[in-house]
Design a protein around this ligand. Structure first.
Ligand code: SAM
Length: 428
């Protein structure tokens, strides 16, 4: 007769591989397997990844629970193996020690609920037994694995299946394709959502069509970044475009999207497209002056390889590479997320292109933190972008191409800014 209701092993895994300590899908997989190896019946698992780092999660088992919290920056994981009944949780301990590559550890085992200290009451156990039996189906357990993109104050979490379809650490960033329940497959770079199957059209239609319908005779387009291919796809819908040069720094992004996001990466074999795997910042330094009608900077957030895509030098080079009547469009962050980068970018564009030559278009992307995002423009020459002059042509194009976000009304209003944004970017 057992002397206690439960057995609790408190484990400190130390000197573990920091990358594993930050990998929510690997940790969820290993924790579930650790329970199953010890013969437990898994009821459900809930795991959260916190960016920039750290994972928390629990596997609820018929025999109680296994829980974990990691500090990748210390290569450390605090693990609770709480079991009742005959289960030997040391089997789970051995499995996790190996999976986490823990070079050192400490473990404390203690009995919980000593029967000498507690008293049984006349609780009707039969109905409870029946309910518990329903869970005796090992394959039927719900997984709750969340991907979280956040900064210090706010976050966006997407529940995903837990499976990682593509995971490569490139020289520039970690490139992953995950499968989310609500938005389908998604591209994540480091721990930031880049694009998803279900809302990518918001972003890709708005980065391309307002500019292209303001430049009806455009022929030569340069795209910096845009490795998922969505921007090139939208630009190449315009038959007047003769040539598109795309300069993406990370070949792994292109590869991942070709394989797992083919509808977004749909035009990589288009004969009008020259696809270069190179640093866009270096490319602009050597670009021929006055050669592009449109330059689109479809870059990631201002960290790592994309930091320089927010610099004065980079946009000065863009200005020089644009034809006299040319337009620059840049991924502009959000007035509610990365606000500092949002404001500084607009100040830079106002300085280089002119006070009234740096309009901002606001639009919605549900899978970006806050959902409110922007494209920032630099207008070279005498072009007006926030007026719709070719309504019928736009309507025809929208229905022929089956666009789902952009239309003539969105075009006319996307440059209308709320007062707090006007205040934010007013030249000081
Ligand atoms: N929609 C996304 C966003 O708003 O953050 C951007 C998508 S796109 C995938 C961003 C691409 O820019 C990435 O593939 C990244 O590798 C690329 N990139 C970052 N820095 C770059 C650079 N210096 N030159 C060229 N491409 C760069």
């Amino acid at each position: 007769m057992s002397t206690a209701l439960g057995n609790h092993i408190l484990v400190e895994f130390m000197n573990c591989d920091p990358h594993i300590m930050n990998d929510v899908s690997a940790i969820e997989r290993d924790m579930v397997a650790a329970a199953q190896k010890a013969g437990a019946t898994v009821i459900n698992s809930t795991f959260h990844h916190f960016s920039p780092y750290g994972v928390s999660g629990v596997v609820v088992i018929q025999e109680s629970h296994l829980a974990i919290h990691t500090w990748p920056e210390y290569g450390y994981a605090a693990v609770d193996l709480f079991t009742c009944g005959e289960m030997n949780a040391w089997i789970s301990f051995d499995h996790l020690k190996e999976c986490f590559g823990a070079k050192s550890y400490s473990a404390l085992e203690l009995k919980r609920g000593s029967v000498n200290l507690i008293q049984r009451n006349d609780f009707d156990i039969t109905s409870m037994r029946q309910k518990a039996a329903e869970w005796k189906n090992p394959d039927f357990y719900t997984r709750n694995v969340w991907f979280t993109d956040k900064d210090e104050e706010q976050a966006l979490s997407l529940r995903f299946t837990g499976d990682v379809l593509f995971d490569v650490q490139s020289p520039f960033q970690r490139v992953r394709i995950l499968e989310s329940y609500k938005y389908g497959k998604m591209l994540a770079l480091d721990d930031m959502v880049m694009t998803t199957e279900k809302d990518e059209f918001h972003y890709h239609e708005m980065i391309s069509h307002p500019a292209l319908f303001s430049l009806p005779s455009a022929k030569n387009v340069l795209i910096i970044g845009g490795g998922d291919g969505g921007t090139a796809r939208e630009v190449l819908r315009h038959k007047n475009i003769e040539h598109v040069t795309m300069v993406e720094i990370d070949g792994e992004v292109i590869e991942a999207c070709k394989i797992h996001l083919p509808k977004i990466a749909a035009e990589f074999d288009n004969p009008k497209l020259t696809l270069l795997v190179d640093d866009g910042i270096e490319f602009l330094k050597n670009a021929t002056p006055n050669s592009y009608d449109l330059i689109i900077v479809d870059g990631s957030d201002p960290v790592g390889p994309a930091e320089g895509l927010f610099s004065v030098e980079f946009y000065t080079n863009c200005y020089a590479a644009l034809k006299n009547d040319g337009i620059l469009v840049a991924q502009g962050e959000s007035p509610k997320f990365n606000e500092k980068a949002f404001v500084e970018l607009n100040q830079t564009l106002q300085t280089i292109f002119g006070l009234d030559k740096a309009p901002i278009s606001l639009f919605f992307v549900p899978t970006y933190p806050t959902g409110m995002w922007s494209f920032q423009y630099g207008i070279k020459g005498d072009i007006t972008i926030n007026e719709v002059k070719n309504k019928n042509e736009i309507q025809e194009f929208v229905s022929k191409e089956g666009l789902r976000y952009y239309n003539e009304d969105i075009h006319a209003n996307t440059f209308a800014l709320p007062n707090f944004v006007k205040e934010l970017v007013r030249k000081k």
